[in-house]
Ligand binder design. Structure first.
Ligand code: DX5
Ligand code: ZN
Length: 225
């Protein structure tokens, strides 16, 4: 992977919600590629987080694409609301979706970017038939539901396999990774072929501030600043 092409997607799950607009603006100024919004329903994952109201508020403070990671049962029910709020891309899980092709087509019909997400225990092979229809793949490198978890190293061979599949089937699709990305794990995932890194704690959880944390993450990971 050309590390010059690697992009950062700060996950606001780790942000200080009392200063959310300010922190997102700081991430934008520091060169973030997109803002990652984690939506959890307490059912698909054992945690609650945020909904379309947050996306709507962020829409007025940043020009960056707002990418919406839907960790919810029946994501299709919420597409219209998130699109109306200002989401630019909708990421839906393979797990628990009996009609993934239909779900993906619905997002495309709304004119938004679509990504398919796979959990750590889900093999890369499930992507084979849907890959040609998506703009990105998100490989979970932790079990979804919480920030600040440890990176699961056994996902690395899978990231390599997904990279091979993307190069063969849909070369312009993004390969994004999510969970436990920090200075130590970022070089591992980029070596394996990831080109977009979601990072919450490593960006918003640092006392040195968002811009300095992004700069440090890039430097420690061997990414260009
Ligand atoms: C986990 C979320 C992640 C999370 C990553 O369910 O999908 O986006 O915010 O947080 P860190 O970077 O702290 O592991
Ligand atoms: Zn996420």
């Amino acid at each position: 992977m050309d590390k010059h092409a690697v992009k950062l997607a700060p996950s606001i799950l780790a942000a200080d919600f009392a200063r959310l607009g300010q922190q997102v603006a700081e991430a934008e100024q520091a060169g973030a590629d997109r803002i990652h919004v984690d939506v959890m329903d307490g059912h698909f994952v054992p945690n609650l987080s945020m909904g379309p109201a947050i996306v709507k508020s962020l829409r007025s403070v940043t020009q960056l694409p707002l990418e919406t990671h839907l960790m919810v049962t029946n994501p299709d029910l919420f597409f219209d609301e998130f699109v109306a709020a200002g989401s630019d891309s909708l990421l839906v899980h393979w797990e628990g979706n009996n009609n993934l092709h239909r779900t993906v087509q619905r997002v495309k019909a709304l004119g938004k970017r679509v990504g398919v997400v796979i959990n750590p225990a889900t093999p890369a092979s499930v992507l084979e038939e849907i890959l040609q229809d998506v703009d990105q793949v998100l490989v979970m490198t932790v079990n979804p539901g919480f920030g600040h978890q440890h990176f699961i190293h056994t996902t690395l061979p899978k990231i390599r396999r997904v990279r091979e599949m993307i190069d063969a089937i849909k070369p312009d699709a993004d390969l994004e990774v999510d969970g436990g990305i920090d200075a130590e794990t970022a070089p591992l995932v980029t070596d394996a072929g990831a080109n977009v890194l979601v990072a919450g704690t490593a960006i918003f959880g640092e006392s040195l501030g968002v811009a300095a944390a992004m700069s440090a993450l890039r430097a420690d990971a061997g990414l260009p600043r």
